[in-house]
Design a protein around this ligand. Sequence first.
Ligand code: BG6
Length: 268
Amino acid sequence: MIDFIEVHNNSASAKIALQGAHIFHYARKDEKPLLWLSEISDFEVGKAIRGGVPICWPSFGMNNSDLPQHGFARTSEFKHLATNEIDANTTEVILVLKHSKETLALWPYKFELELKVTVSDKLTMELRTTNLDEKTFKITQALHTYFSISHISDVRVKGLDKKPYLDALTNEQLTQNGDIVFEKEVDRVYQEVNEQILLKDKDRTIRIKNEGSSSVVVWNPWIEKGKRMSAMRDEAYNDFVCIESANAFDDFVEIKPKNSHTLKAVIS
Ligand code: BG6
């Protein structure tokens, strides 16, 4: 079992694991959780939790073949720097990961990675990367949010109409036409996204607004890939959709020594 921080205030509750600064529960008061969490996920040291918001960093996907898929942050132990009760409705939690012998062996740069989570009637995540090295480095990254839904056939994603995207299943560059609905495996990197995205479900609408990024990954593994995924039931693909706030592929970030970059996502 891994350690986690629990937050309860007048507007919401959340749980954040120190491993990976991984938010694995967030719910507004008297509402169903917004985040999906696999009921068979391992809470084991060195294994990413399946669900919630894994942090993909310093590389998204297999962008950097020297690193594990989605980088090493999601399985690294963060330090809990502070929990600040801003008011009765708002709590801020700050977690930090710094370079170590282990990270330098995988990725040869000194850095500080800070996640500030603000728990209120919105979930706000601010992932700040600071370059503490003498060399400039490049990162790709994602707040890989798993949203809990009533059923995959009930949801549509709005706000990406006419956006260019890379279909990661075929490697084709395409253009979105209308809303996204799910009738098969979907694994796409949308580009040039600055607008709010809506996840429309039967009985609620979730809003996602990103800053510091222009790529959004939309992913559902569907039946066959769903069966091959670790730490989730075969039918679990019906229960979630991932809408990931990302800097992926050409939307990488270059950070000079002593400089920082923040990827921010607000979910409401
Ligand atoms: C998504 C990718 O971001 O993450 C998918 O687009 C991938 O291709 C998914 O399957 C889950 O990855 P992982 O490493 O957590 O199994």
